[in-house]
Design a protein around this ligand. Structure first.
Ligand SMILES: Cc1ncc(C[n+]2csc(CCOP(=O)(O)OP(=O)(O)O)c2C)c(N)n1
Ligand code: SF4
Length: 275
């Protein structure tokens, strides 16, 4: 493993808990390389997670880390960023943690456009608890809670956060690791709420129930179903059926929440407590 990555790992906490072939380690590698290139120090960077396999990355990442309750990482991260706006705050979450139990926090954190980077690892399943379906499990896919195939449709979480007000939205996969690193890098340097959906494989909870028997097969699926947003803009709709878009999907310039909040604090201090 590259030295840059090793410098940011708590080596006494290795080996990690992930199954062989899990996509989480690739996501962590991309994040650490992106942070290393930016030269962020361990002291000025905080990684906040909820609960889940992806959330467990904060056991091995050597920054200031907070493991919070299931789905609540963004709530804790918001409090932290408001109290210490100078810190770089990164949230790592899963599709269950971030889009299921924490879905409401996701909407409102995006709406506030607070300067937090969220990396949502979408492995289409609740990995840690044994393979229940999440809101992002595709219709028809099998899960422990859908042995005959999931009935409900899933939704596009990037469209959701964009609609809620996030000012940077991107998607990549763990197969497209260079693009993933670039998307994370752009998200980290973006001022405002930035969101990267990472399509990843859970061979244990999802793959073996859905006729994708190896991690390599699952990564080939990512390769074959991803279309860059740039390429997609030149393709007719029928060529995009069953595919998902990657790259930067949305970028806008909106006022950032901690800066607006600082103005309120300054105004309140000027008035000296008068109402
Ligand atoms: C309030 C609460 N409800 C349920 C759980 C059980 N639980 C722990 S992890 C998890 C699923 C995590 O799935 P996901 O966020 O998709 O992450 P993954 O494990 O796939 O990375 C659940 C349901 C919990 N810890 N707390
Ligand atoms: S259960 Fe799935 S998400 Fe969790 S460590 Fe294993 S492969 Fe990864």
């Amino acid at each position: 493993m590259a030295t840059a990555t090793m410098n940011y790992l708590r080596q006494h906490k290795l080996p990690h808990i992930w199954c062989p072939g899990c996509g989480d380690g690739i996501m962590v590698g991309a994040l650490l390389r992106a942070i290393d290139k930016l030269g962020w120090s361990k002291d000025e960077t905080v990684v906040v997670t909820g609960i889940g396999c992806s959330a467990r990355s904060n056991a091995i990442i050597d920054f200031n880390t907070f493991q919070t309750t299931h789905g609540r990482a963004l709530g804790f991260a918001t409090g932290l960023k408001l109290a210490r706006p100078e810190l770089n705050v990164v949230v790592i979450t899963g599709d269950g943690d971030g889009a299921g139990i924490g879905g409401n926090h996701l909407i409102h954190t995006a709406r506030r456009n607070i300067d937090i980077t969220t990396i949502l690892v979408n492995n289409s399943i609740y990995g840690m608890t044994g393979g229940q379906y999440s809101p992002l499990t595709p219709a028809g896919a099998k899960a422990t809670t859908a042995p005959f195939g999931r009935v409900e449709p899933n939704f596009d979480v990037c469209e959701l956060v964009k609609g809620a007000g996030a000012s940077f939205v991107a998607r990549s996969t763990v197969f497209h690791v260079r693009q993933l690193e670039e998307m994370i890098s752009q998200a980290l340097t973006h001022k405002g709420f930035s969101f990267v959906e990472v399509i990843a494989q859970c061979p244990t909870g999802f793959g073996r129930r859905n006729k994708m028997r190896s991690p390599a097969e699952m990564m080939k699926w990512q390769r074959d179903h991803a279309v860059s947003a740039e390429a997609a803009s030149k393709l007719p709709p029928e060529k995009l059926e069953g595919k998902f878009l990657t790259g930067v999907l949305h970028r806008s310039d909106r006022s950032e929440y901690t800066e607006m909040y600082q103005q309120v604090i300054a105004e309140a201090s000027k008035r000296g407590g008068e109402q």
